[in-house]
Design a protein around this ligand. Structure first.
Ligand code: NAP
Length: 313
């Protein structure tokens, strides 16, 4: 297969690149906004691509003729989406439509579109793939519109919804786990909300899950996340425990007290049985996912090593 990945320098993009590079012989084209890539693996062809630029997308997709496009590129900062709705729509919705347009002209080309638990309002979970979305944030609305653009198009593919994504990568944005670890390292007490609940997902696992779905020719919506639901406060304490910090540094607070720009679903727990049945795989639960991350960080050393030593991933 010829596999094209957008947003390849993001957390999930890096994990996909490594999983596909290591475990398959598929041909890979990585793309992102940067002019050049930091990956040194010769198997990774790289092209700069801004998915909001339709003519560039048409030209690259038209010449590469991928069998699968995995679209991880997105404005993932939920509060930033609330504050700049136009930017959120251009990237999260128009970006996907720009990929669909040239993909329609390539026989058999499939798209994997990444989506989120934020398509739900979090008041009537746990959610399976047939549950009715009702987003409470602009980020969630834009991702739902992207799902609909995909599902209504003639292009076959997968909508992979995930949540509370965490992991280690090269110069990736802060995620919940890396934020908690940074706070714990300061050894100063801090607070975490106990009224937001969901399924933490190790990014390495998600990449592996996507590979399995593609190889099995799956189509439609899948909830691809860790199997276990936990509130953020309890998750933060578990992080402290597993990484050898004092859990008592963390105390609970409420979403209302944080003053975040966007609303969050209180409980967006996923039912992951459809994915597990389709792929015969179960992603890591909270303890195992954190333990795997701890081992990666212990073995990974510095950022310089990442460029020449992919153990960190
Ligand atoms: N993170 C989560 O907790 C979470 C939860 C549910 C679903 N998801 C979904 O999972 C997917 C992957 O998330 P992630 O955490 O890996 O994201 P991420 O780390 O923010 O990576 C996104 C990548 O897309 C790139 N990008 C930004 N604008 C672009 C454009 N116009 N054209 C091409 N690339 C562009 C970014 O480059 P720059 O860094 O240069 O901007 C970055 O490398 C997203 O679709 C997200 O909505 C994430």
């Amino acid at each position: 297969m010829r596999v094209m990945i957008t947003g390849a320098h993001g957390l999930l993009g890096q994990k996909l690149s490594l999983v596909f590079g290591r475990e398959t012989s598929h041909e890979l084209l990585l793309t992102d906004l940067a002019a050049r890539t930091f990956f040194i693996n010769k198997r990774f062809d790289y092209q700069q691509l801004d998915i909001t630029q339709l003519s560039d997308v048409k030209s690259l997709v038209g010449s590469y003729r991928p069998d699968v496009i995995i679209n991880t590129a997105a404005l993932t900062n939920v509060d930033a989406c609330e504050e700049d709705k136009l930017a959120a729509w251009r990237l999260n919705v128009d970006g996907v439509k720009n990929l669909i347009i040239p993909a329609r002209r390539i026989d058999g080309c499939r798209i994997v579109q990444l989506s989120t638990d934020y398509v739900f309002n979090g008041r009537s979970g746990p959610y399976d793939e047939t549950a009715r979305p009702n987003p409470v944030s602009y980020y969630g609305k834009s991702k739902l519109a992207a799902e609909n653009a995909m599902l209504d198009s003639p292009v076959n593919g997968i909508v992979a919804r995930t949540q509370v994504l965490y992991g280690a990568g090269y110069e990736v944005r802060q995620n919940f786990v890396s934020w908690v670890l940074a706070q714990l390292e300061k050894a100063v007490p801090f607070r975490v909300v106990d009224d937001q609940k969901g399924n933490p997902t190790l990014a390495d696992d998600l990449a592996f899950g996507i590979l399995k779905l593609i190889e099995r020719g799956a189509e439609g919506i899948f909830h691809v996340s860790g199997p276990e639901s936990i509130d953020r406060f309890s998750f933060a304490r578990k992080i402290a425990e597993i990484f050898g910090f004092d859990p008592e540094l963390i105390s609970p607070t409420s979403s209302a007290e944080t003053g975040q720009a966007a609303n969050r679903p209180p409980d967006s727990t996923f039912i992951t049985l459809k994915f597990e049945a389709a792929c015969n795989e179960r992603l890591s639960d909270v303890a195992r996912g954190l333990e795997r991350l701890r081992q990666q960080l212990r073995d990974g050393a510095t950022h310089t090593d990442l460029l020449s030593d992919s153990r960190f991933f």
